[in-house]
Design a binder for this molecule. Structure first.
Ligand SMILES: [Zn+2]
Length: 413
């Protein structure tokens, strides 16, 4: 009887964990490579259970899977992998130390730069500053408010007609992928501060930019939990917080590669577009309509340049057009620092994952050239990419963006 009570208490403790600030002391990221379909299947089951933080989800045979375990989980995870005859290596031996090294020192708001990561308010202030400093080049609009009340801004860059072809760019849909907002803001800064160099492009192509579209989640990674991924919305009677915003879009919503468990990191939400932040972005893409020729959404990590579909293995009829442009973009990217990217459709390159923004942009929003980009690296640092890599990542990714811009500037459709 007493042991039953003790067990109940222990279970209650375990159940309470998702709402606590996690203790990363002793946490490690293990990498394993499945070599049989049953191993992939089992790893998928482990992902859906939601006990471990999958940094890189199970894909195809021979593709690495990265799993973070807290100190108290490590022995169990290792035993589980042993039981499946899955060899593993330690990818990141000291997660806590890496978190400390990549979090910026904070004594009040800091001016924007690309040698450190910046929080949500700093990015928003910088957008306002840009619009004030370069009024003939860019403008900023408040286009919505997040669940916790943060202002969401859309920056428009361009000197030509509103009807010019446009590239819609967003980043940070997953809160912990800090290199995404950093890279998006880097590219904006290049375009705006070197507008003489890019005058021909800016006269012919518009850029619509929202650098961090999960404001509450992103802010939370700076104040509370560096490795938070989801939004921060609450549901009545549900302990776990947040929805995976990139499973929340209303196109094949709730299908493969999603979870209906609110505690899962791939929880698709109670209904399509349950998350206000995703409705805000959707409404901007809808409002701009045919002025959006391409949609680029930036994530990390894995170095992948992907196009729809993510909901299933089928390819869009015009996939060869999307693939050709991606090939050119990645060639330009690789030429800068030698960084290798893989190209393909989302489902075929990583895994089936329905409800993503890129699928919606193409399938409902009518944006032909829609892409999800997983930025650096391939796992050495994962989500904890050192700030010294922001500028090189920005430099190479900007060359890829220029390929898109020149394609539309030269009349590509
Ligand atoms: Zn992501």
């Amino acid at each position: 009887m007493r042991s039953a009570v003790l067990l109940a208490c222990l279970l209650a403790l375990v159940a309470a964990r998702p709402s606590e600030r996690p203790n990363l002391h002793g946490a490690q990221v293990l990498r394993t490579v499945p070599h049989s379909p049953s191993q992939v299947h089992y790893l998928h089951g482990l992902l859906r259970q939601g006990h471990y933080d999958f940094w890189r989800e199970p894909r195809a045979l021979g593709q690495p899977v990265d799993i973070m375990a807290k100190a108290w989980q490590l022995p169990v995870l290792k035993a589980t992998l042993d039981g499946l005859h899955l060899k593993y290596s330690v990818m990141i031996s000291n997660v806590a130390q890496l978190v400390r090294e990549t979090v910026p020192r904070h004594d009040g708001p800091r001016a924007m730069d690309w040698t450190s990561y910046h929080d949500y308010d700093e990015i928003n202030d910088w957008l306002d500053e840009l619009a004030a400093t370069y009024p003939s080049l860019c403008s900023v609009e408040d286009v919505g408010t997040s669940y916790e009340g943060r202002t969401m801004k859309l920056l428009t860059i361009g000197t030509g007609d509103a009807s010019n072809p446009g590239i819609f760019i967003d980043g940070g849909i997953h809160a912990r992928e800090w290199i995404a907002p950093a890279t998006v803001t880097y590219m904006v800064n290049e375009l705006v501060t070197k507008s003489d160099t890019y005058a021909d492009i800016l006269a012919a192509v518009n850029f619509y930019v929202m650098p961090a579209i999960n404001p509450d989640g992103y802010a939370y990674t700076f104040t509370d939990e560096r490795l938070w991924r989801k939004t921060r919305s609450h549901q009545d009677g549900v302990i776990c917080v947040g929805v995976d915003p990139n499973r929340n879009w209303g196109f094949h919503w709730g299908e493969g590669g999603t979870s209906d468990s609110p505690c899962s990191d791939i929880y698709c939400g109670p209904e399509p577009f349950s998350e206000v932040e995703m409705r805000v972005v959707r409404d901007q893409i809808t409002r701009l309509g045919s002025a959006v020729s391409a949609y680029l959404t930036f994530h990390s990590y894995s170095q992948l340049w992907m196009y729809p579909w993510g909901y299933g293995y089928d390819l869009p009829d015009d996939w060869e057009d999307l693939d050709a442009l991606a090939q050119d973009a990645v060639t330009a990217l690789t030429a800068v620092h030698g960084t290798i990217y893989e190209i393909g459709s989302s489902a075929n390159t990583i895994y089936v994952a329905a409800g993503g923004s890129d699928d919606w942009a193409k399938g409902v929003g009518g944006v032909k050239y829609s892409y999800t980009v997983e930025l650096r690296d391939t796992g050495s640092y994962g989500f904890l990419l050192p700030p010294e890599q922001i500028i090189p990542t920005g430099e190479e990714t900007f060359e890829a963006l220029l390929v898109y811009a020149r394609f539309f500037q030269n009349g590509g459709t």
